[in-house]
Design a binder for this molecule. Sequence first.
Ligand SMILES: NC(=O)C1=CN([C@@H]2O[C@H](COP(=O)(O)OP(=O)(O)OC[C@H]3O[C@@H](n4cnc5c(N)ncnc54)[C@H](O)[C@@H]3O)[C@@H](O)[C@H]2O)C=CC1
Ligand SMILES: NCC(=O)COP(=O)(O)O
Length: 338
Amino acid sequence: MSAPTRAPIAITMGDPAGIGPEIIVRLACTPRPGETPLLVVGDTQRLRDMADHLGLALTLFPIEHPNELEGHDVTPGRLAVLPAGEPLPTDLPYGQVDARAGAAAYAYVSRAIDFALDGAISAIVTAPLNKAAMAAAGIQYPGHTEILADRAGTDDFGMMLANDELRVMLVSIHLSLRQAIDAVTPERELRAIRLAARACHAYGIEHPRIAVAGLNPHAGEGGLFGGEDEAIIAPAIARAREEGIDASGPWPGDTVFMNARRGHFDAVVAQYHDQGLIPVKYLGVENGVNITVGLPFVRTSVDHGTAFDIAGTGHADPSSLFYALKQAEAMVRSGAGT
Ligand SMILES: NC(=O)C1=CN([C@@H]2O[C@H](COP(=O)(O)OP(=O)(O)OC[C@H]3O[C@@H](n4cnc5c(N)ncnc54)[C@H](O)[C@@H]3O)[C@@H](O)[C@H]2O)C=CC1
Ligand SMILES: NCC(=O)COP(=O)(O)O
Protein backbone atom coordinates (compact mmCIF):
# COMPACT_ATOMS: atom_id res chain seq x y z
CA MET A 1 0.00 0.00 0.00
CA SER A 2 1.43 3.42 -0.83
CA ALA A 3 1.40 6.15 1.82
CA PRO A 4 0.22 9.74 1.35
CA THR A 5 3.17 12.06 0.75
CA ARG A 6 2.55 13.90 4.05
CA ALA A 7 2.69 10.65 6.02
CA PRO A 8 5.71 10.77 8.31
CA ILE A 9 9.06 9.28 7.45
CA ALA A 10 10.35 6.83 10.05
CA ILE A 11 14.03 6.81 10.89
CA THR A 12 15.16 3.65 12.61
CA MET A 13 17.76 4.15 15.35
CA GLY A 14 19.96 1.25 14.23
CA ASP A 15 22.38 -0.39 16.64
CA PRO A 16 22.18 1.57 19.92
CA ALA A 17 25.90 0.93 20.52
CA GLY A 18 26.81 2.58 17.23
CA ILE A 19 26.62 6.14 15.90
CA GLY A 20 22.89 5.93 15.06
CA PRO A 21 21.70 7.78 18.21
CA GLU A 22 24.22 10.58 17.66
CA ILE A 23 23.51 11.23 13.99
CA ILE A 24 19.75 11.16 14.67
CA VAL A 25 20.02 13.65 17.53
CA ARG A 26 22.16 15.93 15.38
CA LEU A 27 19.68 15.72 12.52
CA ALA A 28 16.71 16.37 14.80
CA CYS A 29 18.30 19.53 16.18
CA THR A 30 19.18 21.02 12.78
CA PRO A 31 16.79 23.09 10.64
CA ARG A 32 16.40 21.38 7.27
CA PRO A 33 14.48 22.19 4.11
CA GLY A 34 12.38 19.00 4.02
CA GLU A 35 8.69 19.30 4.77
CA THR A 36 7.90 15.75 5.86
CA PRO A 37 7.30 15.10 9.56
CA LEU A 38 9.75 12.67 11.10
CA LEU A 39 9.60 10.07 13.81
CA VAL A 40 12.24 7.76 15.17
CA VAL A 41 11.66 4.12 15.92
CA GLY A 42 14.08 3.61 18.77
CA ASP A 43 14.78 4.17 22.44
CA THR A 44 13.89 7.49 24.07
CA GLN A 45 16.38 7.23 26.93
CA ARG A 46 19.27 6.43 24.59
CA LEU A 47 18.47 9.49 22.48
CA ARG A 48 17.99 11.70 25.53
CA ASP A 49 21.33 10.64 26.99
CA MET A 50 23.03 11.33 23.68
CA ALA A 51 21.44 14.79 23.36
CA ASP A 52 22.63 15.60 26.90
CA HIS A 53 26.10 14.29 26.10
CA LEU A 54 26.26 16.53 23.02
CA GLY A 55 24.80 19.49 24.92
CA LEU A 56 21.92 19.77 22.44
CA ALA A 57 18.43 20.86 23.48
CA LEU A 58 16.10 18.16 22.18
CA THR A 59 12.56 17.53 23.37
CA LEU A 60 11.58 13.92 22.86
CA PHE A 61 7.97 12.84 23.04
CA PRO A 62 6.58 9.31 22.84
CA ILE A 63 4.01 8.10 20.33
CA GLU A 64 2.56 4.66 19.73
CA HIS A 65 1.43 5.12 16.12
CA PRO A 66 2.59 7.42 13.30
CA ASN A 67 -0.85 9.01 12.96
CA GLU A 68 -0.41 10.49 16.47
CA LEU A 69 2.08 12.94 14.95
CA GLU A 70 -0.76 14.90 13.38
CA GLY A 71 -1.09 18.23 15.19
CA HIS A 72 2.20 17.87 17.07
CA ASP A 73 4.90 20.51 16.85
CA VAL A 74 7.68 18.74 14.95
CA THR A 75 9.98 21.69 14.39
CA PRO A 76 13.75 21.23 14.86
CA GLY A 77 14.58 20.44 18.46
CA ARG A 78 11.51 18.26 18.87
CA LEU A 79 11.33 14.58 17.97
CA ALA A 80 8.69 11.86 18.23
CA VAL A 81 9.94 8.47 19.37
CA LEU A 82 8.08 5.27 18.74
CA PRO A 83 9.39 2.42 20.90
CA ALA A 84 10.04 -1.15 19.79
CA GLY A 85 11.53 -4.17 21.51
CA GLU A 86 12.79 -4.25 25.07
CA PRO A 87 13.86 -0.99 26.77
CA LEU A 88 17.64 -0.77 26.63
CA PRO A 89 19.82 -1.04 29.73
CA THR A 90 20.97 2.51 30.54
CA ASP A 91 24.56 1.34 30.85
CA LEU A 92 24.71 -0.36 27.44
CA PRO A 93 28.27 0.38 26.29
CA TYR A 94 28.99 2.18 23.05
CA GLY A 95 31.33 0.68 20.49
CA GLN A 96 30.88 -3.00 21.31
CA VAL A 97 29.09 -5.91 19.73
CA ASP A 98 26.21 -6.65 22.09
CA ALA A 99 23.35 -9.08 21.51
CA ARG A 100 20.91 -6.74 23.29
CA ALA A 101 21.78 -3.98 20.87
CA GLY A 102 21.48 -6.34 17.90
CA ALA A 103 18.02 -7.46 19.04
CA ALA A 104 16.96 -3.83 19.51
CA ALA A 105 18.15 -2.80 16.05
CA TYR A 106 16.15 -5.65 14.53
CA ALA A 107 13.06 -4.69 16.56
CA TYR A 108 13.28 -1.07 15.33
CA VAL A 109 13.42 -1.98 11.66
CA SER A 110 10.71 -4.64 12.05
CA ARG A 111 8.31 -2.16 13.59
CA ALA A 112 9.03 0.40 10.89
CA ILE A 113 8.32 -2.22 8.23
CA ASP A 114 4.93 -2.95 9.86
CA PHE A 115 4.00 0.71 9.46
CA ALA A 116 5.38 0.97 5.93
CA LEU A 117 3.40 -2.07 4.80
CA ASP A 118 0.28 -0.50 6.37
CA GLY A 119 0.88 2.79 4.59
CA ALA A 120 1.16 4.63 7.93
CA ILE A 121 4.56 6.06 7.00
CA SER A 122 5.79 7.25 3.63
CA ALA A 123 9.35 5.90 3.84
CA ILE A 124 11.89 4.21 6.06
CA VAL A 125 15.33 5.75 6.52
CA THR A 126 17.69 3.51 8.43
CA ALA A 127 20.58 4.36 10.71
CA PRO A 128 23.21 1.61 10.66
CA LEU A 129 22.91 -1.71 12.38
CA ASN A 130 25.76 -4.02 13.23
CA LYS A 131 25.53 -7.37 11.54
CA ALA A 132 27.67 -9.15 14.14
CA ALA A 133 25.44 -7.83 16.94
CA MET A 134 22.35 -8.99 15.10
CA ALA A 135 23.90 -12.42 14.63
CA ALA A 136 24.81 -12.48 18.36
CA ALA A 137 21.11 -11.93 19.06
CA GLY A 138 20.33 -15.01 16.97
CA ILE A 139 18.89 -13.08 14.04
CA GLN A 140 19.77 -14.80 10.81
CA TYR A 141 19.49 -11.93 8.33
CA PRO A 142 22.75 -10.48 7.01
CA GLY A 143 21.43 -6.92 6.82
CA HIS A 144 18.49 -4.54 6.48
CA THR A 145 18.07 -5.21 2.78
CA GLU A 146 17.36 -8.89 3.24
CA ILE A 147 14.98 -8.21 6.16
CA LEU A 148 13.07 -5.65 4.12
CA ALA A 149 12.84 -7.87 1.04
CA ASP A 150 11.72 -10.86 3.08
CA ARG A 151 9.03 -8.91 4.90
CA ALA A 152 7.90 -7.36 1.62
CA GLY A 153 7.73 -10.84 0.10
CA THR A 154 9.95 -10.14 -2.88
CA ASP A 155 12.96 -11.80 -4.50
CA ASP A 156 13.19 -9.06 -7.09
CA PHE A 157 15.19 -6.50 -5.12
CA GLY A 158 18.61 -4.95 -5.17
CA MET A 159 20.99 -2.69 -3.30
CA MET A 160 21.93 0.55 -4.94
CA LEU A 161 24.54 2.94 -3.56
CA ALA A 162 24.48 6.44 -4.97
CA ASN A 163 25.95 9.88 -4.54
CA ASP A 164 25.88 12.96 -6.74
CA GLU A 165 28.37 11.35 -9.15
CA LEU A 166 27.70 7.61 -9.25
CA ARG A 167 24.81 5.16 -9.07
CA VAL A 168 25.80 1.55 -8.49
CA MET A 169 23.59 -1.55 -8.43
CA LEU A 170 25.03 -4.77 -6.99
CA VAL A 171 24.61 -8.22 -8.53
CA SER A 172 25.09 -9.77 -5.08
CA ILE A 173 25.15 -8.20 -1.64
CA HIS A 174 26.28 -9.83 1.58
CA LEU A 175 28.13 -12.91 0.36
CA SER A 176 31.68 -14.13 0.74
CA LEU A 177 33.81 -13.34 -2.30
CA ARG A 178 33.78 -17.03 -3.30
CA GLN A 179 30.00 -17.13 -3.07
CA ALA A 180 29.74 -13.84 -4.93
CA ILE A 181 31.64 -15.31 -7.87
CA ASP A 182 29.23 -18.24 -7.91
CA ALA A 183 26.38 -15.73 -7.83
CA VAL A 184 27.40 -14.38 -11.23
CA THR A 185 24.55 -16.11 -13.04
CA PRO A 186 22.50 -15.09 -16.09
CA GLU A 187 19.40 -14.56 -13.93
CA ARG A 188 21.13 -12.35 -11.36
CA GLU A 189 22.87 -10.33 -14.07
CA LEU A 190 19.65 -9.61 -15.90
CA ARG A 191 17.83 -8.79 -12.69
CA ALA A 192 20.51 -6.32 -11.62
CA ILE A 193 20.45 -4.63 -15.02
CA ARG A 194 16.66 -4.32 -14.94
CA LEU A 195 16.73 -2.98 -11.37
CA ALA A 196 19.41 -0.46 -12.28
CA ALA A 197 17.25 0.78 -15.16
CA ARG A 198 14.22 0.94 -12.88
CA ALA A 199 16.14 2.91 -10.27
CA CYS A 200 17.26 5.38 -12.94
CA HIS A 201 13.65 5.82 -14.04
CA ALA A 202 12.85 6.75 -10.43
CA TYR A 203 15.54 9.41 -10.73
CA GLY A 204 13.67 10.75 -13.76
CA ILE A 205 16.10 9.36 -16.35
CA GLU A 206 13.92 8.14 -19.20
CA HIS A 207 16.48 6.17 -21.21
CA PRO A 208 19.23 5.25 -18.78
CA ARG A 209 22.60 4.06 -19.99
CA ILE A 210 23.55 1.09 -17.85
CA ALA A 211 27.19 0.01 -17.78
CA VAL A 212 27.87 -3.51 -16.57
CA ALA A 213 31.24 -4.07 -14.91
CA GLY A 214 33.16 -7.22 -15.68
CA LEU A 215 34.03 -9.77 -13.03
CA ASN A 216 37.63 -10.49 -13.96
CA PRO A 217 40.58 -8.18 -14.60
CA HIS A 218 40.04 -6.28 -17.87
CA ALA A 219 36.64 -7.98 -18.12
CA GLY A 220 38.47 -11.25 -18.78
CA GLU A 221 40.74 -9.89 -21.55
CA GLY A 222 39.11 -12.10 -24.18
CA GLY A 223 39.13 -15.16 -21.91
CA LEU A 224 42.76 -14.86 -20.83
CA PHE A 225 41.78 -14.00 -17.23
CA GLY A 226 38.55 -15.94 -16.76
CA GLY A 227 35.53 -16.92 -18.79
CA GLU A 228 32.55 -15.50 -16.85
CA ASP A 229 32.57 -12.15 -18.61
CA GLU A 230 32.06 -13.64 -22.07
CA ALA A 231 30.05 -16.69 -21.07
CA ILE A 232 27.62 -15.22 -18.54
CA ILE A 233 27.70 -11.44 -18.35
CA ALA A 234 27.78 -10.59 -22.06
CA PRO A 235 24.73 -12.75 -22.93
CA ALA A 236 22.76 -11.16 -20.08
CA ILE A 237 23.60 -7.72 -21.45
CA ALA A 238 22.41 -8.87 -24.87
CA ARG A 239 19.12 -10.08 -23.33
CA ALA A 240 18.66 -6.74 -21.58
CA ARG A 241 19.24 -4.94 -24.85
CA GLU A 242 16.59 -7.12 -26.51
CA GLU A 243 14.22 -5.84 -23.80
CA GLY A 244 15.02 -2.28 -24.82
CA ILE A 245 17.42 -1.45 -21.99
CA ASP A 246 20.48 0.53 -23.07
CA ALA A 247 22.93 -1.81 -21.35
CA SER A 248 26.57 -2.17 -22.35
CA GLY A 249 29.67 -4.05 -21.28
CA PRO A 250 31.09 -5.97 -19.67
CA TRP A 251 33.45 -3.06 -19.08
CA PRO A 252 36.70 -3.49 -17.15
CA GLY A 253 35.85 -2.95 -13.50
CA ASP A 254 38.87 -0.75 -12.87
CA THR A 255 37.82 1.99 -15.31
CA VAL A 256 34.04 1.76 -15.66
CA PHE A 257 33.36 3.89 -12.57
CA MET A 258 35.70 6.59 -13.85
CA ASN A 259 33.74 6.73 -17.10
CA ALA A 260 30.40 6.74 -15.28
CA ARG A 261 31.65 9.65 -13.20
CA ARG A 262 32.58 11.44 -16.41
CA GLY A 263 28.94 11.17 -17.42
CA HIS A 264 29.19 8.35 -19.97
CA PHE A 265 26.72 6.18 -18.04
CA ASP A 266 23.77 6.73 -15.70
CA ALA A 267 24.38 3.66 -13.54
CA VAL A 268 26.89 0.87 -13.16
CA VAL A 269 26.03 -2.75 -12.36
CA ALA A 270 28.81 -4.05 -10.11
CA GLN A 271 29.53 -7.74 -9.83
CA TYR A 272 30.00 -7.90 -6.06
CA HIS A 273 29.76 -5.78 -2.90
CA ASP A 274 33.21 -4.25 -2.70
CA GLN A 275 33.62 -3.70 -6.43
CA GLY A 276 30.60 -1.40 -6.30
CA LEU A 277 30.87 0.14 -2.87
CA ILE A 278 34.53 1.14 -2.85
CA PRO A 279 34.14 3.73 -5.63
CA VAL A 280 31.06 5.25 -3.98
CA LYS A 281 32.51 5.35 -0.47
CA TYR A 282 35.88 6.55 -1.71
CA LEU A 283 34.11 9.71 -2.85
CA GLY A 284 33.09 10.22 0.79
CA VAL A 285 30.53 8.70 3.12
CA GLU A 286 29.05 12.16 3.63
CA ASN A 287 27.17 12.22 0.36
CA GLY A 288 26.30 8.59 -0.09
CA VAL A 289 22.96 6.88 0.18
CA ASN A 290 21.94 3.25 0.11
CA ILE A 291 18.60 2.59 -1.61
CA THR A 292 16.73 -0.71 -1.62
CA VAL A 293 15.22 -1.04 -5.07
CA GLY A 294 12.21 -3.30 -5.61
CA LEU A 295 10.26 -2.78 -2.38
CA PRO A 296 6.63 -1.68 -2.26
CA PHE A 297 7.73 1.34 -0.19
CA VAL A 298 10.68 3.74 -0.14
CA ARG A 299 13.72 2.75 1.91
CA THR A 300 16.96 4.66 2.03
CA SER A 301 19.87 4.39 4.42
CA VAL A 302 23.14 5.97 5.37
CA ASP A 303 25.97 4.46 3.35
CA HIS A 304 28.24 4.00 6.37
CA GLY A 305 28.18 1.53 9.22
CA THR A 306 27.97 1.68 13.01
CA ALA A 307 31.48 3.18 13.33
CA PHE A 308 32.16 1.53 16.69
CA ASP A 309 35.60 3.17 16.76
CA ILE A 310 34.00 6.60 17.32
CA ALA A 311 30.56 5.68 18.72
CA GLY A 312 29.66 7.66 21.84
CA THR A 313 32.52 10.13 21.37
CA GLY A 314 30.53 12.91 19.70
CA HIS A 315 32.57 12.80 16.48
CA ALA A 316 30.05 11.24 14.10
CA ASP A 317 29.24 13.10 10.89
CA PRO A 318 25.45 13.09 10.27
CA SER A 319 25.71 14.18 6.60
CA SER A 320 24.84 10.81 5.09
CA LEU A 321 21.68 10.67 7.19
CA PHE A 322 20.66 14.11 5.89
CA TYR A 323 21.38 12.87 2.38
CA ALA A 324 19.40 9.65 2.87
CA LEU A 325 16.46 11.61 4.22
CA LYS A 326 16.56 14.10 1.35
CA GLN A 327 16.65 11.21 -1.11
CA ALA A 328 13.70 9.49 0.57
CA GLU A 329 11.68 12.70 0.50
CA ALA A 330 12.45 13.17 -3.20
CA MET A 331 11.40 9.61 -3.99
CA VAL A 332 8.15 9.96 -2.04
CA ARG A 333 7.43 13.33 -3.66
CA SER A 334 8.05 12.06 -7.18
CA GLY A 335 5.78 9.09 -6.50
CA ALA A 336 8.40 6.98 -8.18
CA GLY A 337 8.90 4.85 -5.10
CA THR A 338 11.52 2.31 -5.88
N1 LIG B 1 23.32 0.73 6.60
C1 LIG B 1 23.86 -0.12 7.47
O1 LIG B 1 23.19 -0.61 8.36
C2 LIG B 1 25.31 -0.46 7.36
C3 LIG B 1 25.88 -1.23 8.34
N2 LIG B 1 27.19 -1.56 8.28
C4 LIG B 1 27.70 -2.36 9.39
O2 LIG B 1 28.41 -1.50 10.29
C5 LIG B 1 29.40 -2.25 10.98
C6 LIG B 1 30.74 -1.54 10.93
O3 LIG B 1 31.14 -1.45 9.57
P1 LIG B 1 32.55 -0.91 9.07
O4 LIG B 1 32.93 -1.72 7.92
O5 LIG B 1 33.47 -0.81 10.23
O6 LIG B 1 32.27 0.51 8.47
P2 LIG B 1 31.90 1.88 9.14
O7 LIG B 1 31.26 2.70 8.08
O8 LIG B 1 31.11 1.69 10.38
O9 LIG B 1 33.29 2.54 9.57
C7 LIG B 1 34.36 2.71 8.66
C8 LIG B 1 35.17 3.94 9.05
O10 LIG B 1 34.46 5.10 8.69
C9 LIG B 1 34.25 5.95 9.82
N3 LIG B 1 32.89 6.48 9.73
C10 LIG B 1 31.80 5.82 9.29
N4 LIG B 1 30.73 6.61 9.37
C11 LIG B 1 31.13 7.78 9.85
C12 LIG B 1 30.46 9.01 10.16
N5 LIG B 1 29.15 9.18 9.96
N6 LIG B 1 31.19 10.03 10.67
C13 LIG B 1 32.52 9.88 10.87
N7 LIG B 1 33.20 8.75 10.60
C14 LIG B 1 32.52 7.72 10.09
C15 LIG B 1 34.41 5.03 11.03
O11 LIG B 1 34.76 5.77 12.19
C16 LIG B 1 35.44 4.04 10.53
O12 LIG B 1 36.73 4.56 10.74
C17 LIG B 1 29.41 -3.63 10.35
O13 LIG B 1 28.61 -4.50 11.13
C18 LIG B 1 28.72 -3.41 9.01
O14 LIG B 1 28.12 -4.55 8.51
C19 LIG B 1 28.01 -1.13 7.27
C20 LIG B 1 27.48 -0.36 6.27
C21 LIG B 1 26.10 0.04 6.24
N1 LIG C 1 27.62 -2.22 2.80
C1 LIG C 1 26.26 -1.87 2.81
C2 LIG C 1 25.59 -2.51 3.93
O1 LIG C 1 26.13 -3.36 4.57
C3 LIG C 1 24.23 -2.07 4.23
O2 LIG C 1 23.44 -3.17 4.31
P1 LIG C 1 21.91 -3.07 4.69
O3 LIG C 1 21.87 -3.22 6.16
O4 LIG C 1 21.39 -1.79 4.19
O5 LIG C 1 21.34 -4.25 3.99
